[in-house]
Design a protein around this ligand. Structure first.
Ligand code: URP
Ligand code: ZN
Ligand code: ZN
Length: 488
């Protein structure tokens, strides 16, 4: 029931210090030098590595039903991948079918998560809207711990919300003291370009990125910002992938609007050249939206993280096996969208961020854990190592070198978008509510150990959100010559 982690450099988003961490009953009881503890306490010597708050990945799709199949990583296996990479909590998405009760869909996803091996919470995707939905949104906030509503501006005909209804949903979310999130891509441009390229005989997945242009993402980002401003609701842009969309976010933030942005580990490390592989099955492994982009876009994302314009790195883990994509290899527009990335998210950020000289260790904690906790209103229960917080801790070796291989990762697919890349910085051990669940490459978490974490609404003043906006940097400097990261 009690554990002492001795002699770690404890890194929080706001400061670091050499300290012991005393854990009792799953919570952090004390942090400080030479702590006195009960005699039966188990002692773990940190051996001089760093102790970081467990990572929070606020964008995953585990066990997600889609087009008659499910994403390959479920809450048990996806959770294992998370823990092996130092992430102790995910925020996944409940995605109701058209006309389906949001409460019923929420029950369904809670059922999927019963086997979770890491902590979890849910955003609710608003896939349709009427008075009954508005009423259920209220129930979700009061009784189910939901404080964020997701809006797909793309995927027309499936999960996209009718644009007229999106504003209704934003207004309702504002009324409830919640946050709105958006997948921002122009929904007309994507099918238009798909039809045009298919008509020219381009059916290989290399056509996929051509149909998801940066200008379409930027336009939708700007439109979402305008709607959020009209509805007076804080906005969080998921998987922002390009410099043009970032420009829209920076401009909004410079006007004082509560607009937040998330980028993905994959978008920070993987180049658009992956779609050029001749074998369509290989290229299809990288199909996701927005797609992997250029070196210039990656430089902009890193700079957005360094300057505080982007607050969070997520994974958008949405994995499919080769078999699940096999029947669409001759028509790229029918390929299931999504890639794995949960396990390697934190490594990517340490390597390119801290080892690459772009981020301090404290900023690393901010963008991989603390900022998500604050934006989604579970701070300081999550996102920090201080008395009273959940004892979700990762012991992190800043110098360890790790080469990604699907042969030894914990995902349910036999490829990785980071295959062969070597990253500096890796978890040594992961603790979930004070229990060791990962060490030396082995995940020992039992299915069901993960807990549902309810997230309270912000209330009408959005104080936490506004403090967050003010405390993050407003450095307007853009596109300085940050070095491009190279991988062997
Ligand atoms: O391609 C992606 N990103 N698939 C997952 C669903 C989404 O759009 O976030
Ligand atoms: Zn999306
Ligand atoms: Zn997603």
């Amino acid at each position: 029931m009690s554990l002492l982690i001795r002699g770690a450099t404890v890194v929080n988003a706001d400061c670091s210090a050499l300290a012991d961490i005393y854990i009792r009953n799953g919570k952090i009881a004390a942090v400080g030098p030479d702590l006195d503890v009960l005699p039966e306490t188990k002692v773990v010597d940190a051996g001089g590595v760093l102790a970081l708050p467990g990572g929070i990945d606020p964008h995953t799709h585990l066990d997600m039903p889609i087009a008659g199949t499910r994403t390959a990583d479920n809450f048990e296996q996806g959770g294992r991948a998370a823990l092996a990479g130092g992430t102790t909590m995910v925020v996944d998405f409940v995605i109701p079918r058209q006309g389906q009760s949001f409460l019923e869909a929420h029950n369904r996803w809670m059922g999927f998560a019963r086997s979770a091996t890491c902590d979890y919470s849910f955003h609710m995707a608003v896939t349709w809207f009427d008075e009954s939905v508005a009423q259920e949104m209220g129930v979700l906030t009061r009784e189910r711990g939901v404080n964020s509503f997701k809006h797909y501006m793309a995927y027309k005909g499936t999960v996209m919300l009718d644009p007229e209804r999106m504003l209704d949903s934003f207004v309702r979310a504002a009324e409830l003291g919640c946050l709105c999130t958006v997948h921002a891509e122009n929904a007309e441009i994507i099918p238009f370009l798909q039809r045009r390229l298919l008509a020219r005989g381009m059916n290989h997945p290399r056509a996929h990125p051509l149909c998801h242009p940066a200008y379409g993402e930027a336009e939708a980002t700007q439109r979402a910002i305008a709607l959020a401003e009209a509805a007076n609701v804080p906005l969080y842009v998921v998987h922002l992938s390009c410099s043009q969309a970032l420009d829209a976010v920076v401009a909004a933030r410079n006007r004082g609007l509560p607009v937040f942005a998330e980028c993905l580990g994959g978008h920070l490390a993987v180049d658009e050249a992956v779609y050029e592989q001749e074998d369509p099955a290989q290229a299809a492994r990288f199909v996701m939206s927005p797609p992997f982009r250029s070196a210039r876009d990656r430089a902009a994302l890193w700079e957005g993280l360094a300057t505080g314009s982007i607050q969070v790195v997520a994974s958008d883990n949405c994995s499919f096996t080769d078999a699940q994509r096999a029947d669409a290899l001759t028509d790229f527009s029918r390929l299931l969208n999504g890639t794995p990335g949960l396990e390697d998210r934190m490594r990517v950020v340490w390597d390119g961020g801290v080892a690459g000289g772009r981020l301090t260790p404290e900023q690393f904690v901010a963008v991989t854990s603390a900022n998500a906790a604050r934006i989604f209103n579970i701070y300081p229960r999550k996102g920090c190592i201080r008395p009273g917080a959940d004892a979700d801790i990762v012991l992190w070796d800043p110098d360890a070198l790790y080469t990604v291989s699907a042969r030894n990762h914990h995902h349910a697919v036999d490829f990785s978008v980071f295959e062969g890349m070597t990253f500096r910085g890796a978890p040594v051990a992961t603790y979930l509510a004070g229990k060791e669940v990962f060490r030396d490459g082995q995940v020992t978490a039992e299915p069901g150990i993960g807990r549902h974490i309810p997230r309270p609404v912000f209330g009408s003043d959005f104080r936490t959100i506004l403090e967050m906006l003010r405390s993050s940097f407003h450095n307007k400097k853009r596109y300085n010559d940050l070095p491009e990261i190279r991988h062997p």
